[in-house]
Design a protein around this ligand. Structure first.
Ligand SMILES: NC(=O)c1ccc[n+]([C@@H]2O[C@H](COP(=O)([O-])OP(=O)(O)OC[C@H]3O[C@@H](n4cnc5c(N)ncnc54)[C@H](OP(=O)(O)O)[C@@H]3O)[C@@H](O)[C@H]2O)c1
Length: 259
């Protein structure tokens, strides 16, 4: 299936490794021109080299901290300068700060709200005018299975921020439909890739993780990065033209939510 992404400008936050990299790779394979950001220069350079070696049409790297107030502007300015257009924005950067709710501080909450929520909102606000100029676009937020349902004790900050993305994306979708800008979320389950958090846990506690898989992952395995990247690329593409305001679970049945 041709996704129709050839020549489109696709921006991925946190595209140097992990799910952001797999998303960038899936869109590059469809002929998209990329911009990826991360804080680490080395990771960005290595990712760009891999993407180019695999045949990516164009890759721009932007070193910025997207959680900081000016980070999104650095990214979108670089995209405007290089491509003069922006068709797809994948807000992928996100993280977790575990802790019992009672022990969380305002600082903990504010840090993760900046990282998981405001980073993507700021990038979207700056990207929307460029998308509008180009006749439309697609914004994808990387939420989580734990944005759709209770993740468990210690996850109040992660759960709240990932749910906020789904909620905001739904309203953004309503507001931006008239501009042909679609806004969706993906909700990955537990995804294992080299160097990722689940990979580290599997190495540290193989038996414990086997039990986790048996108890929580109906397909009997972790998800793969490419399985998330492919869904992001689809949502970004014209082939998903009727999908907006949705949250697509990419979790192998891990989630139990009915909605
Ligand atoms: N992995 C999973 O199983 C899973 C499951 C559900 C949801 N998710 C969500 O998927 C997203 C990606 O997770 P991941 O596991 O792929 O993460 P990861 O492996 O830790 O990759 C994070 C990427 O984001 C960049 N990054 C981190 N903080 C940044 C910042 N402040 N500014 C700019 N770039 C930043 C990193 O590069 P630098 O460190 O160089 O900045 C890297 O490129 C997150 O939102 C996460 O919550 C993941």
């Amino acid at each position: 299936m041709d996704l129709g992404l050839k020549g489109k400008v696709a921006v991925v936050t946190g595209g140097s490794r992990g799910l952001g990299f797999y998303s960038a790779r899936a869109m590059a394979a469809e002929g998209a021109r990329l911009a990826i950001c991360a804080r680490g220069e080395e990771g960005l350079a290595a990712a760009a080299e891999t993407l180019r070696a695999e045949g990516a049409a164009e890759v721009v790297t932007v070193r910025c901290d997207i959680a900081e107030e000016g980070g999104a502007a650095e990214l979108v300015d670089a995209v405007r300068e290089r491509y003069g257009a922006l068709d797809v924005l994948v807000n992928n950067v996100g993280g977790n700060r575990r802790g019992r709710f009672e022990e969380t501080s305002d600082e903990d909450w504010l840090d993760i709200i900046q990282l998981n929520v405001l980073s993507g909102f700021r990038a979207a606000r700056l990207a929307i005018p460029l998308m509008r100029e180009g006749g439309g676009g697609s914004i994808v937020f990387v939420s989580s299975v734990f944005g759709r349902e209770k993740g468990g004790p210690g996850l109040s900050i992660y759960n709240t921020t990932k749910t906020a993305l789904i909620s905001a994306a739904g309203i953004m979708a309503l507001e931006l439909a008239k501009d042909a800008i679609r806004v969706n979320c993906v909700a990955p389950g537990s995804i294992q890739f080299p160097g990722g958090s689940w990979d580290k846990r599997v190495k540290a506690d193989p038996d414990g993780m086997k039990a986790f898989v048996r108890a929580n992952l109906p397909l009997g395995r972790f998800g793969k990065g490419g399985e998330v990247g492919d869904v992001v690329a689809f949502l970004a593409s014209e082939r998903a033209s009727l999908i907006t305001g949705a949250c697509v679970a990419v979790d192998g049945g891990q989630g139990r939510s009915l909605v």
